[in-house]
Structure formats: structure tokens, C-alpha cells
Design a binder for this molecule. Structure first.
Ligand code: NIG
Ligand code: FE
Length: 412
């Protein structure tokens, strides 16, 4: 019965409720001053405020003094492409000369370059590299993360990536939610024959991965020069039949109907949404789909920023924010930077931002019942910040403000 007490919390700030928060509720956080949290066997047992302690210090195994700092739920990272071979720093000079993301991809670079390097990498190499990323993320305050395959494209390599994630989910304190994404790029041999590739995914890949229990979600890159709306619909309908949760990379560069489709299919989440239009936002609201916004990718691509304010104020779409960590469009896994961008570029409030990196991404990856808020009975995942409040956390950037990360009631 391991017991941990965090005392002397200046302010404990958290969204409340195990569901995606939208509209004005996105900006509602509970704030308890001079608070304490008791964790027992990995779960939150009690939360107190105003200098009260839930038990005496002698009763617990570990006491942590938060020294008057801010404590929030552990951050939930809702969108990463975590397992990949090599890097793509060679693309920067091309970008600086004016090449766009899709130009590089159409010329056989971009994602295809990473596919080649990932196929060459061994299980052990990928395991070690990904483990390093998970350590880095935890040090930055992340306690649960989603991770996609999508750099193998053939079944064998895709399975290798998902096996790496499965093993790390067992070995590493991070909770990992896996997403299968074979439709991430069109291989040269399937150019003009995209339907054939979609059928291969449906007939061979999806059933195998499902049977082996290697992924909960499916994802597809619905984009100009990649997969169109109808191909995506066929793929997602089949995946839904097999029991996968649905995700769509939609409206990242060109709006070709991905977000409309996401809402129509009641996808769990829709990703990017940089160039989403009103029809897309209305569809997401109707479908109850979480908007998984990735502002660090906008920053890195030099693109515009998704209309987060309108999603919250006009359409009532629940907004989550994630890093999109990957070797091409966002080589940063720092979710704190994402929060800074949410403040400055999306003009979200610190309360809305906290919701967007905790309970809303938790709902976007099917974990809203167990993580994403600090409430009795939920996992004792929390972060003690080197900041007195959320305003400071959203304002300071470029430093790591996470002082201590606690996962299932243990310091990590
Ligand atoms: O979400 N857009 C597609 N997938 C990733 C980028 C992957 C890559 O460039 O390697 C994204 O931005
Ligand atoms: Fe992505």
C-alpha cells in the first residue's frame, strides 16, 4: 500500500469531470489554494485545501513538499509519431530556399525518407531511441502519450514499430496509447493506385494488427497528394467495423474535406485543422470529435494557426493541443512550448490551455476516465511546476518549468 503525500501546494489547478470540455467549460478549472494530495497505490485517495492535510505525514511512505508552487494533472500528449529511424535536418536548407512540405514529399523525400530509414533500423535501435524520447517527455511533465506507427507502411515494419511501443508501454512508466497509421504516405508503387493500397490495409493489415492487440486507434493522412476524402471514408469505415477508434490528419495544408468526414464519422479526434472552414468546424461539433490542434507544427511549417478561438466560442468544439512530435513537420516533443503557442497564437486563456493538454487530449485518446484531471479515484499523475500559477507557465518559454513529475503516485 504505497502512500505518497504532496503538501504545501500553492495552487492545485485542474479541470473537473471525465469528458471532453467544450465552449465556456473549456475555460473552467478548479483552483484549490494551500492544497495537498494523498496518493495510495497509484490512485488519488484525497485532496485537501486551505492548509488541511488528508493524513499525518507519519502515515505515508513519501512526503513531497511542493514549496508553494503550482500543481496540475500530468500532461497528456495526444499526438506523436514517436518511433522513427534517422532524422531529417537535411530538409532545412531546402525549406529555407522555399520548398514547401508537400514539395519535398512529392519529390520522394519527407515521410518517404523516414520510411527508408525506419525500415533499416532494428527493433533494438528503435526501442532505445524511443525510450530516450519518453524519458525526455516525462521530464517535461508528460505522463500519458499517444504514439503512431506510419513510417513502415509495409505490414512487417509497421508491426515492428507497434511492438516497440507495446514493449515500452510495459517497461516504461509512461502510459502509451498506440495508433496504427499505415495510410501515412503513398508509396511510389501505389501512385495512382491509392484504392488498391487502401484495400490492402483493410484486407491484410488492419485485421492482423487488431488480432495481435497492437493498436487501439487507426489514423490516415487525408491530404492533397496523399489520400482523398472518399479513400479515407472507405478506410475508416472498415476500421470502425473492426473495432478501431478513429483519427484523421485533416486540413493540415489543403482543406479537402477531412474534418467534415471526421465529424460525419464521429471520429474520436481530428488532427491539425490548420485550414479548417466553417463546414468542418460545424461537423466536428456535431460529431462530438475532439480537435487535436498542433500549433508547434504550424510554427515549424511557417503556416497559419488553427482557428482555436472560433472552435471554442462559436462552434463548441472541444479543443486539445499536442506536439505532433515527428522528424519532419515538428521535431520538438516539448508540450510546454505548445502551451506557449496556445497562449500567444491561439489566444486561449491559461485555464483553456490546461484543459487542452489534460482532459481533452485524454478524451481524444480514450483515457478520460483514468487520467487528465486531479480527482479522487483517478491515477495519481501530476506535475509540480517551477511556477506559482498557470499564467507564468504559459508565459515563460524555452525553459523546462517541470520540477517534478509524479506517475501513478511515484516520482519519476
Ligand atoms: O502530422 N502530416 C503527416 N504526418 C506528420 C508529419 C510526418 C513527417 O513529416 O514525418 C504530421 O505533420
Ligand atoms: Fe501528425
Amino acid at each position: 500500500m504505497a502512500k505518497l503525500l504532496v503538501k504545501n501546494i500553492g495552487v492545485l489547478q485542474t479541470p473537473v469531470g471525465s469528458y471532453a470540455h467544450k465552449g465556456s467549460e473549456q475555460g473552467e478549472n478548479l483552483k484549490l489554494y494551500n492544497a495537498a494530495v494523498l496518493a495510495e497505490d497509484g490512485l488519488i485517495k484525497a485532496i485537501t485545501a486551505d492548509g488541511q492535510l488528508p493524513c499525518s505525514e507519519e502515515e505515508v511512505d513519501t512526503v513531497i513538499d511542493a514549496e508553494g508552487n503550482l500543481v496540475t494533472p500530468g500532461l497528456v500528449e495526444g499526438h506523436t509519431h514517436l518511433v522513427f529511424g534517422g532524422y531529417r535536418q537535411n530538409e532545412i536548407p531546402l525549406k529555407l530556399k522555399g520548398a514547401g512540405y508537400l514539395d519535398i514529399l512529392r519529390a520522394g523525400g519527407g515521410i518517404m525518407d523516414t520510411v527508408r530509414k525506419t525500415r533499416e533500423a532494428t527493433f533494438e535501435e528503435l526501442y532505445d531511441k524511443t525510450e530516450g524520447f519518453l524519458d525526455e517527455m516525462m521530464g517535461l511533465g508528460v505522463t500519458t502519450c499517444e504514439a503512431k506507427s506510419g513510417y513502415g507502411i509495409d505490414l512487417e515494419t509497421e508491426v515492428k514499430l507497434l511492438e516497440v511501443l507495446k514493449k515500452l508501454n510495459e517497461d516504461h512508466p509512461m502510459d502509451i496509447v498506440s495508433t496504427f497509421m499505415p495510410a501515412h504516405v503513398v508509396l511510389p508503387e501505389y501512385k495512382g493506385k491509392e484504392e488498391e493500397f487502401i484495400q490492402l490495409c483493410i484486407d491484410e493489415m488492419m485485421p492482423y494488427v487488431k488480432e495481435k492487440g497492437l493498436a487501439e486507434f487507426i489514423d490516415i493522412f487525408t491530404e492533397d497528394s496523399v489520400f482523398d476524402k472518399e479513400q479515407s471514408r472507405v478506410y475508416l469505415e472498415a476500421a470502425r467495423e473492426m473495432g478501431y477508434g478513429l483519427k484523421i490528419h485533416a486540413d493540415e495544408i489543403e482543406a479537402i474535406g477531412g474534418s467534415v468526414l471526421a465529424g460525419e464519422m464521429k471520429a474520436t479526434s481530428a488532427e491539425h485543422l490548420i485550414v479548417i472552414d466553417d463546414e468542418g468546424m460545424a461537423s466536428l461539433a456535431k460529431g462530438g470529435t475532439v480537435a487535436m490542434l498542433l500549433p508547434a507544427t504550424s510554427f515549424y511549417l511557417g503556416a497559419t494557426f488553427a482557428p482555436a478561438r472560433r472552435m471554442i466560442d462559436e462552434f463548441g468544439v472541444p479543443v486539445a493541443m499536442a506536439s505532433d512530435f515527428n522528424p519532419g513537420s515538428c521535431p520538438s516533443l516539448n508540450l510546454q512550448f505548445t502551451m506557449n503557442l496556445g497562449y500567444l497564437k491561439y489566444r486561449m486563456t491559461p485555464e483553456e490551455i490546461l484543459t487542452a493538454v489534460t482532459i481533452n487530449p485524454a478524451a481524444g485518446i480514450g483515457r478520460e476516465k483514468t487520467v487528465g484531471t486531479l480527482e479522487v479515484g483517478k491515477q495519481a499523475d501530476m506535475v509540480i511546476w517551477n511556477a506559482p500559477n498557470m499564467e507564468m507557465l504559459c508565459y515563460r518559454f524555452g525553459s523546462n518549468l517541470a520540477l517534478q513529475t509524479i506517475k501513478k503516485g511515484e516520482l519519476v
